[in-house]
Design a protein around this ligand. Structure first.
Ligand SMILES: Nc1ncnc2c1ncn2[C@@H]1O[C@H](COP(=O)(O)OP(=O)(O)OP(=O)(O)O)[C@@H](O)[C@H]1O
Length: 270
């Protein structure tokens, strides 16, 4: 049977379409085009690196993919569905989770409570359901706590679950954030500089957990300046410079690419 080109239920095409597809994306801030005609494709199961000198537009591209910024023009598709004008909540519901370069947990809430904030679609979020189905809400809350605890175990923070998040180191905050976004069961994870400011021991743990997530089927787009980490994790790397797609290839290929080297030297000189 031939695939249906415009499947009204979205099923056939949705399963075949790349997980994340951005075409000709532009984001203009006043006179600056932070993202300038960028296209990128993340396939199912892939772990892809996104690198580029400071100010290249990588975080802005993440903000567009995660729905916290709307593109000036261009299109974003998630599993084949056009989502450019949907906000971050809808993007999470579509299976896109993102972490931040500098995670900002709720400092006075416990580590466990912070993870619980990542849960979506809990019945307890709706007051009327709470009133009409208190038993269902209680069992969902119990399940959420169990899930949060197993995620804390996954990121090795179980021993700190009752501590306020303010006691965590920078690297532990990155692990906490990972656990928090995993509460929503994302299919795609956008990781913004997981290695930045992390001590070498914790960095190995983060690398290990990211590899494990990918082995469990999560597709990952990784912004990272640490090229050793990119080379260990990613089969394919996209290089951005001045908002544009500059190069793409294996970590070895892009690190030898003359245009990439020049872009980085320009970035250092600037
Ligand atoms: N909200 C904003 N308003 C105005 N300019 C912005 C805004 N956000 C980002 N920029 C500018 O857009 C450009 C791209 O920034 P962005 O943070 O996306 O780059 P980056 O590649 O992530 O850099 P880095 O590696 O240093 O994090 C920069 O010149 C930045 O100053």
């Amino acid at each position: 049977m031939h695939p249906v080109a415009n499947d009204p239920n979205g099923s056939t095409e949705t399963k075949r379409a790349p997980l994340v597809e951005a075409r000709d994306l532009v984001k203009q801030f006043g006179g600056l085009r932070a993202v300038d005609g960028m296209s990128i494709t993340l396939h199912r199961g892939e772990m892809m690196g996104l690198i580029g000198p400071n100010g290249a537009g990588k975080t802005t591209l993440f903000n567009l993919l995660a729905g916290s910024l709307r593109p000036t023009s261009g299109e974003i598709r998630i599993s084949g569905q056009a989502v450019s004008h949907e906000g971050p909540e809808r993007r999470i519901a579509r299976g896109v989770g993102r972490t931040f370069q500098i995670p900002k947990p709720f400092a006075e809430m416990t580590v466990l409570e912070n993870v619980l904030t990542g849960g979506q679609h809990q019945a307890g979020e709706h007051i009327w359901k709470n009133f009409l189905q208190p038993g269902r809400v209680a069992s969902q809350e119990k399940a959420a706590v169990e899930k949060a605890r197993s995620l804390l175990e996954f990121v090795t923070l179980s021993g700190l679950e009752s501590e306020p998040a303010r006691v965590l180191s920078g690297g532990q905050r990155k692990l906490l954030e990972l656990a928090r976004i995993l509460m929503a069961d994302p299919e795609t994870i956008l990781l913004d500089e997981p290695a930045a400011g992390v001590n070498p021991t914790l960095l190995e743990l983060i690398i290990d957990r990211v590899l494990e997530l990918n082995a469990r089927g999560k597709s990952i787009l990784l912004i990272e300046h640490n090229m050793e980490m990119v080379a260990r994790l990613c089969g394919r790397v996209v290089v951005m410079a001045a908002g544009k797609h500059l190069a793409e290839g294996s970590p070895v290929e892009v690190s030898r690419d003359r245009t990439v080297i020049e872009a980085y030297l320009g970035g250092v000189a600037a």
